[in-house]
Design a protein around this ligand. Structure first.
Ligand code: SF4
Length: 440
């Protein structure tokens, strides 16, 4: 078969969801990937030496070895575990399609599960703050074409989102920013002198956990208040005044923030402070704010849950109708308190990322994991359901970090024996659960 160049592919890695990727394919194999960063490129190729799950695996006890089973049996077992549980948790989702999330929500409703995602330990405080004070935002396209002042606060995109500066914020030439990087100011506020800070025009070293104080000081200066202290949160008074002046004089400003802000002292209050500063700056200037989402479909989970259940994450269906209370129904809290009695994980590795007490509880309960290859979480599983890679082996929808929905193209077929997409797998699981409940 002749080589084919597939254009406008969306990279299924970070929240930048770059949609200009070109993939060269021959005989169902990916030969080359163009335009992506090194992290994105690596996502399209199998990792050398890493085994891919191609058949469902089952073990009764966690000390047993896994045995291969048929899909029919595997989905029966998954349906049985979820329907027999009193407090099941369905966790993950941020690296799969919105269509899969929608089917997962239907399973969660039937099984009265808690539906939660990686948002719980990344941008959960962001969504709480948005619910408190709103969100003046825009698209990445507007930033590329208009922004002349770009602030990265508590994040390091040169490492975490490698093409973010070159494609959307600092370097590209835009409609009103024909000079590209020369026509924009790049400002970094971070306790660490990160690689992004090294590339910035202005770097402000804020004390760890004191961002909230700095937001309030900036708000005071923008409001015309004379600061009494010579230094706030580790930043000199004159630097705070200069930063506030730069912000006020911007033609179009944007604040990007990451987990340095969402998970330092203050959490959702930090984000609320940042949003309120941006709201205030919309008097003398035009400003927006945007979370730098990690996985490519973090925003998609919040969108799907918001339009299906009315809440962005940690949604509890145990009473039939959705309810939401971060800190109570969030997955880490529920696991640490030992309140979960079965768990379904998809497109996530909580075994690596959750606190030890939560992982210890995962060892004690029936655990179903949908994954491509071995992870810390699959080592704790009873049932492994091989996953199809969305955006490479299956088409689907994702929401970029600015809330723009993108269609993710299929590039190659999934390995033999796998479903054509995770959505199909979730639909089959939904039918199994429904059939069991109709029998009872
Ligand atoms: S910046 Fe992110 S989305 Fe873009 S190519 Fe790199 S990993 Fe993929």
């Amino acid at each position: 078969m002749a080589k084919e160049l597939i254009k406008n592919v969306v990279c299924p890695f970070c929240g930048s969801a770059c949609d200009d990727i070109e993939v060269e394919v021959e005989d169902g194999k990916i030969l080359n990937v163009y335009n992506a960063c090194s992290v994105g490129t690596a996502t399209f190729f199998p990792q050398p030496g890493v085994k891919r799950f191609k058949k469902p695996l089952w073990r009764e006890k966690k000390t047993d070895d896994f045995q291969e089973i048929e899909w029919e049996t595997a989905l029966d077992k998954a349906a049985e575990i979820l329907t027999n549980a009193k407090r099941p948790l369905m966790f993950g989702w941020c690296e799969t399609s919105c269509e899969t999330m929608r089917m997962g929500t239907k399973v969660a409703e039937l099984t009265q599960s808690i539906m939660d995602s990686q948002i719980t330990h990344c941008h959960g405080p962001t969504f709480q703050a948005i619910q408190m004070v709103g969100e003046p935002t825009c698209t990445l396209g507007e930033i590329k074409n208009r922004a002349d002042v770009v602030v990265y606060w508590g994040c390091n995109p040169l490492n975490g989102h490698p093409r973010h500066l070159s494609r959307y914020s600092s370097f590209p030439r835009g409609f009103f920013r024909e000079e590209g990087r020369l026509g924009r100011k790049l400002i970094v506020v971070d306790p660490r002198y990160s690689d992004t800070a090294k590339a910035a025009d202005h770097y402000y070293k804020v004390n760890l956990g004191e961002d909230y104080l700095l937001f309030n000081a900036l708000r005071a200066v923008v409001n015309g208040v004379e600061l009494e202290q010579e230094e706030i949160a580790g930043v000199k008074k004159e630097d705070i005044v200069n930063l506030a002046e730069m912000m006020k004089k911007a033609a179009f400003g944007i604040v990007f923030f990451g987990m340095g802000l969402t998970h330092s002292l203050g959490k959702s209050q930090n984000i609320a402070g940042a949003i309120q500063l941006v709201q205030l700056l919309n008097g003398p200037s035009k400003w927006s704010i945007m979370p730098l989402c990690g996985h490519y479909n973090v925003n998609g989970f919040a969108q799907v849950m918001s339009w299906t259940a009315g809440f962005p994450y940690s949604v509890d269906f145990c009473r039939g109708a959705p309810r939401y209370n971060p800190g109570e129904y969030t997955s880490i809290d529920m696991l640490q308190k030992g309140l979960i009695d079965a768990m379904f994980v998809i497109s996530a590795d909580p075994g690596s990322h959750m606190p030890q007490r939560a992982v210890e509880h995962m060892v004690k309960i029936p655990l179903i994991v949908s994954e491509m290859h071995p992870t810390s979480t699959t080592q704790l599983a009873n049932l492994i359901l091989p996953a199809t890679v969305n955006g490479i082996e299956a088409a689907g929808t994702c929401y970029r970090m600015d809330g723009v929905p993108l269609h993710m193209t299929k590039v190659v077929d999934p390995p033999k024996g796998l479903f054509e997409s995770d959505t199909v797998m979730m639909k089959k699981l939904y039918e199994k659960v429904l059939a069991r409940q109709e029998e009872d």
